[in-house]
Design a protein around this ligand. Structure first.
Ligand code: M6R
Length: 609
């Protein structure tokens, strides 16, 4: 959601902070601000995108070597300047930036106001500045004051604080919202996401929940919130600077869609065992015997990752013979799931920081259930919290709309299906066949990427519609949901995704000539059924955009527009079928003049409930 960046060292902090903010803008872009300590404490804030802050910052003449900055995704209070971070205390001597939600903010606000504090924003975050100010009176130093202040908070935080009284220090603390420390040469960095600082250092330390750190130019100390010293390892970031650039494309989303064949190669690299018709998943090696005992899997995820989970369910049930339920993580955590010791919970998350998914993992762990992660971001919280896992190796995904991560998640499920299937009922012959088809996938993806101009023409033809339906059956029903989600997210066109067989149970009442339907109708085991559903739509004047497999000539008889994808195994078809839908939304968004990388009201990583 929001993004934090901080710097302490020998260089001009402002330039580094602004650069970090630009890299974090995909996390939230309602408003932004920066605080620099230079004998004084200068706070500059602006509503809107980072460019607005940039204009103000260009007027600043005095610079310091310690500072913190923030880009906001509003939760409490509208995205106006007074609600932008950094927030100051009453004295104006300290400033904080905060990610997360302070749940007891109203109660704390009343208490602070009764003590005479003047709270000038509508945010929950500003409360922290005043709590620290209070504690400074008795505790004396910033780190202790922060430790005592966060003890009063119920909720989640990733927080960084600077003070004029300790100009050579940044203090940070974490509970439920990521904080990563960058270790430089005589300088230290802090961020909510390593992409903000990887240009300066690739040596990072991920704070865990309940930890805090005091950073000085050439030094850091990490302690628990109980004030015990904590020894942490320094991790080397694998992603390169290039990975987080647009590489000449107008948008991250386009760049990421165009990377998809390479992404699949990376996801599968070294993991296909053609001789044994299985997958080699290093992250599951030590869990192998426990996995053999499983008779049930519960997949927990949100948004697109949830739809990838639905694709996984179809694969695992058909080829591994394991019963699978897929749950929205936000629901799982608040009901009373019945889980046995032969159940595994699989959390799927691109960012590895989604609050609801993380909470579902914690819930499962608390019940003693085996947890696995399918996570893209190395070192992220979900990756570290789960017992075992498989990384996607899709590279950083910056575009708010998930594309390459989604197809990579589906491929990881295919790998898991091979692995668990070969432990069970999957024959060597079928295992080998799946491996062969997986190997072909990148080349088939390339063919779809090459045909994207045709999808652009179709998208532009329909860009003025106000509503759309997406339909698919079996393996393609999750792709219908995903297609509708993509369209909503980046074009603001109302879209509904349905399993095609559901239409006649209600939604067909919507169908009329003004409501086109995108129907996924590859020549698979349910093709004839989907064709009947198409006829039902046509009988009511509905226009059809068909996504079908190559050499299906008859589809032209009942579809206004046809988009072809190459043939592959039915279980792998969703991985190909989703790509034209991604391009469809992307080109519609561009045609409507919307920035697909920064759609309104959204943020890349949803670290609040
Ligand atoms: O980082 P995660 O995969 O856990 O994120 C889950 C969802 O927030 C995410 O997929 C979201 O729905 C995307 N914006 C979809 O394009």
């Amino acid at each position: 959601m929001c993004g934090i960046v901080g710097y302490i060292g020998k260089r001009d902090a402002l330039g580094i902070l602004m650069d970090g903010l630009h890299r974090l803008e995909y996390r939230g872009y309602d408003s932004a601000g920066v605080a620099v300590v230079d004998g004084d404490l200068t706070v500059t804030r602006a509503s809107g995108k980072i460019a607005e802050l940039e204009k103000k910052v260009s007027q600043i003449t005095h610079h310091g070597t310690t500072g913190i900055a923030h880009t906001r995704w509003a939760t409490h209070g509208p995205p106006v300047e007074k609600n932008a971070h950094p927030h100051r205390d009453c004295s104006g001597r300290l400033a904080i930036v905060h990610n997360g939600i302070i749940e007891n903010h109203a109660e704390l606000r009343r208490d602070l106001q009764a003590k005479g504090h003047v709270i000038s924003s509508e945010t929950d975050s500003e409360i922290l500045a005043h709590l620290i100010e209070n504690e400074m009176k008795t505790q004396g130093d910033l780190s202790t004051a922060l430790r005592f202040a966060v003890r009063r908070v119920r909720g989640t935080y990733g927080v960084a604080v600077v003070s004029m009284d300790e100009p050579g220090t940044i203090c940070v603390a974490r509970l439920g919202s990521p904080i990563v420390i960058g270790v430089g040469d005589g300088e230290m960095f802090v961020a909510s996401d390593a992409s903000a600082i990887m240009r300066y250092t690739t040596r990072v330390i991920y704070l865990d929940d309940g930890e805090m750190a005091t950073l000085e130019a050439g030094n850091y100390r990490i302690r628990s919130l109980d004030n015990l010293p904590v020894a942490k390892e320094i991790t080397e970031i694998e992603w390169s600077e290039e990975d987080v650039q647009k590489n000449g494309q107008p948008h991250f989303m386009l760049k990421e869609m165009l990377e998809q064949s390479e992404v699949l190669r990376n996801t599968m690299r070294g993991r296909l065992d053609a001789d044994n018709g299985t997958a080699i998943l290093g992250g599951l090696k030590d869990a192998s015997e426990r996995l053999r005992e499983l008779d049930r899997i519960t997949i927990v995820a949100c948004g697109s990752a949830y739809y990838a989970g639905l694709v996984g369910k179809y694969m695992l049930e058909e080829y591994a013979g394991i019963s699978v339920t897929v749950e929205l993580a936000s629901e799982f955590r608040y009901r009373k799931p019945v889980l046995t010791n032969t159940t595994a919970v699989i959390a799927v998350s691109q960012s590895g920081e989604t609050a609801d998914t993380l909470a579902a993992v914690k819930e499962a762990k608390m019940k003693g259930i085996l947890t696995l992660g399918i996570v893209n971001t190395v070192g992220s919280t979900i990756a570290r919290e789960t017992d075992f896992g498989v990384y996607n190796h899709a590279g950083p995904e910056i575009g708010v709309a998930s594309t390459k991560a989604f197809i990579s998640q589906c491929v990881v499920f295919a790998l898991l299906t091979l692995f668990l299937g070969r432990q069970r009922q999957l024959s060597l012959v079928m295992g080998k066949r799946i491996v062969e088809e997986l190997k072909r996938l990148p080349e088939l993806v390339d063919r779809i990427l090459d045909g994207r101009e045709l999808v652009r023409d179709v998208a532009e033809k329909y860009s003025d519609v106000t509503s759309m339906i997406f339909l698919g059956r079996k393996y393609c029903s999750p792709i219908a949901y995903e297609g509708a989600l993509k369209l909503k997210e980046i074009t603001y066109i109302h879209a509904e995704g349905y399993a095609a067989g559901e239409m006649k149970h209600g939604p067909i009442a919507l169908v009329c000539p003004e409501l086109p339907s995108v129907v996924l109708c590859p020549k698979d085991s349910v093709y004839e059924k989907t064709k009947s559903n198409i006829e039902e739509l046509r009988a009511r004047g509905g226009k059809i955009i068909a996504v079908t497999t190559e050499e299906n000539d008859e589809v032209h008889e009942f579809a206004e527009d046809v988009i072809e994808i190459p043939k592959t195994l039915e279980m792998l078809t969703p991985i190909l079928a989703v790509i034209p839908l991604q391009f469809f939304s992307y080109y519609t968004s561009v045609k409507k003049g919307i920035d697909p990388d920064k759609p309104r009201n959204l943020a890349k990583s949803v670290t609040v409930e």
